[in-house]
Ligand binder design. Structure first.
Ligand code: ADP
Length: 638
């Protein structure tokens, strides 16, 4: 009974069993083997183990040498076609095989036992796991790439632990942060928002948005970065929130970009507003003096009263000057807009120039409650600046000082070191409130609507300083006055007045200027090249004590000069047939002596340069003023 039972064992164990004789011929295979290989005993009886194509040559060699072998095979039934007949086709199985050599008590080989376990199912499960693992790995890598590219970081907050864990492909070195640490690195103003969010999500309260923006301290820095967070909660089986996943995105660059855009937009709007105000101002500023000019010109023709005439004439002159200044400023502004202010440095005698300016400024003060002082600490001062721009800055400062000083004193002056000149205009006027000081040099900026002006003067001064490498600035106190200054850099030669001498302007100098302007100029022979009748008439009236000859074209002017000697020539630039520049250039080929004064309504600096380059001695812009004409005649014809 027992023997019978034992004999059933080989048939029922879940292991393939094959017995080979000492020469390797199969003599027995159990039922499990027959099922595993899809054969009958007849099919495989007497096949030789050494012919089995699924056993490697090395293992066969080991067997021959008397060594047991074990191996795992990816069993190929197609390979066995010539070895034995099998019903199994086109599939693969995995077997773990062991071949044990059977020996008798004397060690003589008697045969082989082959055990074979079918591990196909296990193997396939293993492969599935490997595949899944590979997939997870590659998904993690992709996710990590996507997170990096999108500047995203993922954090899991474990509610019960109070810890944040950062998502990382490298599972081994996961970064973690305590709730306290995270809380402290958030900007103090954003902390309550963060705490409220954690509370709400943990207690499953609905939030208006699943996104918040927080400012978070940069690592090892005192700067805050902007991060936007989206979050979602993970619940356990009982519905409690156990993990909150945050995806964090660095939006600092976006925020800065946004802020810059808003700033640019505000600036553009501000500029637009300023331009509109400027245009409204401009219209007002042009119409006001124009109205006076037109009105008083009409009145002038209607009155016979000499005193009234004189008064109207003065009013017309003042308003014309205002208009001229306005036009000058607009021209300069157009140059500033295209960034092309011309700077022509030339040797300047500052003592003389400032003195002349002082005198002309004095004429402008109509308010008897205001006095103008000039402080000149030098007997000689030579520097290299653009004369026109130097005058322009000084004039703007003084004009403003006159405008904004209802009573008191205005002092103008300059100070030198060997490498720079500082000019200044100090007044005891209304001053500038602190909150408005930063706007003073802005274009179109006009702090008071009551005063005349377009808000361009100081911005032009600033542009001049910027272009010449100089500086402008001011100090001011409300109701105490202001001091505006300009520093220009140049080589400067100067001799200071002796300490004892009076630094202010001496009465002798004033006397001198009066003598100069009162010189009577008459009987000069003057050629006027001018095509416009009214303009010619005006000059004719102004120079009535002299002998005038008129030319209407450039060609005519040349002919007249060839035919006759003139003391001086006034040359209009825009004329028919041949313009004044061409005419002057031709005249200079045969006559270098006769002074030629360019007279034109073209007021750009380049026009002045062109006229001088053509050979003119001087450049004068229209409208012509009598005292300027006289000064020129006295300079060139005395
Ligand atoms: P505006 O041609 O309108 O005077 P500016 O650019 O020269 O323009 O000056 C800008 C503004 O600065 C003025 O509108 C005025 O409010 C202020 N300002 C300039 N100079 C003085 C000064 N000396 N005292 C008080 N305010 C001044």
């Amino acid at each position: 009974m027992e023997n019978e039972l034992l004999s059933l064992v080989p048939e029922y164990i879940p292991l393939g069993l094959g017995v080979y004789d000492r020469d390797g011929y199969l003599k027995y295979a159990n039922n499990t083997t027959l099922k595993m290989f899809g054969v009958t005993m007849k099919d495989i009886y007497n096949i030789n183990i050494f012919d089995d194509p699924n056993i490697t040559a090395e293992d066969k060699e080991l067997l021959k040498q008397g060594l047991n072998v074990s191996f795992e095979t990816d069993y190929d039934f197609d390979l066995c076609e010539k070895f034995y007949e099998t019903a199994i086709k086109g599939i693969r199985k995995y077997f773990v095989t062991k071949v044990t050599i059977m020996q008798d008590s004397e060690g003589n080989r008697q045969g082989y036992i082959l055990t074979c376990e079918d591990v196909t199912l296990k193997k396939m499960q293993e492969q599935k796991i490997i595949e899944s693992y590979k997939k997870i790995k590659s998904t993690q890598k992709e996710l990590s790439l996507a997170l990096n590219a999108g500047k995203l970081t993922s954090w899991n907050y474990y509610v019960s632990e109070g810890m944040f864990y950062k998502f990382d492909v490298q599972v081994e070195n996961i970064e973690k942060r305590s709730l306290q640490f995270i809380y402290e690195s958030i900007h103090p103003d954003d902390r309550s928002k963060f705490v409220a969010l954690l509370e709400a999500v943990t207690h499953k309260q609905k939030l208006p948005e699943n996104k918040i923006t927080l400012r978070v301290l940069e690592i090892n820095s005192e700067n805050y970065c902007y991060y936007s967070f989206v979050y979602s909660a993970v619940e356990d089986e009982e519905g409690r929130v156990v993990i909150i996943t945050f995806i964090q995105r660095d939006i600092t660059e976006d925020i800065i970009y946004q802020q810059n855009l808003i700033m640019a937009k505000n600036k553009a709007e501000e500029a637009d507003k300023l331009k509109s105000t400027f245009l409204a101002n401009m219209s007002h500023e042009i119409r006001t003096p124009l109205n006076a000019i037109v009105g008083f010109s009409e009145l002038l023709t209607e009155t016979d009263d000499t005193e009234e005439k004189l008064e109207y004439k003065q009013l017309i002159e003042t308003n014309s000057e205002i208009l001229l200044k306005l036009i000058g400023d607009i021209l300069d502004l157009s140059k500033i807009e295209v960034g092309s202010i011309d700077i022509n440095r030339q040797k300047l005698n500052l003592c003389q120039l400032c003195d002349e300016l002082y005198r002309s400024f004095q004429q402008r003060i109509k308010n008897p409650k205001v006095t103008l002082k000039f402080i000149n600490p030098y007997t000689k001062c030579v520097a290299y600046f653009d004369k026109y721009r130097f005058i322009q800055v000084f004039t703007n400062f003084v004009t403003n000082a006159i405008k904004y000083t209802p009573q008191g004193e205005i002092t103008m002056g300059y100070e030198c070191t060997p490498e720079r000149v500082r000019i200044y205009v100090r007044d005891s006027g209304i001053g500038i409130p602190d909150e408005k000081k930063h706007r003073i040099f802005n274009r179109f900026e006009k702090l008071d609507t009551f005063a005349q002006g377009t808000g361009l003067g100081l911005s032009i001064c600033k542009a001049i300083a910027d272009t010449t490498g100089g500086e402008v600035g001011f100090e001011s106190k409300v109701n105490a006055g202001s001091e505006f200054w300009y520093i220009g850099y140049s080589e400067v030669e100067y001799i200071e007045k002796s300490e004892m001498s009076d630094t202010e302007k001496s009465p002798k100098d004033i006397e001198h200027s009066l003598v100069t302007s009162s010189i009577k100029i008459k009987d000069l022979s003057i050629l006027i090249a001018e095509d416009n009748n009214s303009n010619f008439l005006l000059i004719k009236k102004l120079l009535k004590d002299n002998q005038l000859t008129r030319a209407i074209t450039g060609v005519e002017a040349i002919e007249k000069i060839k035919a006759q000697t003139f003391d001086i020539v006034f040359m209009d630039i825009r004329m028919p047939v041949m313009n004044g520049l061409e005419a002057t250039a031709s005249i200079r080929e045969f006559n270098q002596i006769t002074p030629i004064i360019a007279l034109t309504a073209n007021a750009f600096e380049s026009d002045r340069e062109n006229a001088l380059a053509a050979g003119c001695n001087h450049f004068m812009t229209k409208p012509v003023k009598k005292h300027e004409l006289m000064e020129l005649l006295s300079k060139y014809c005395r």
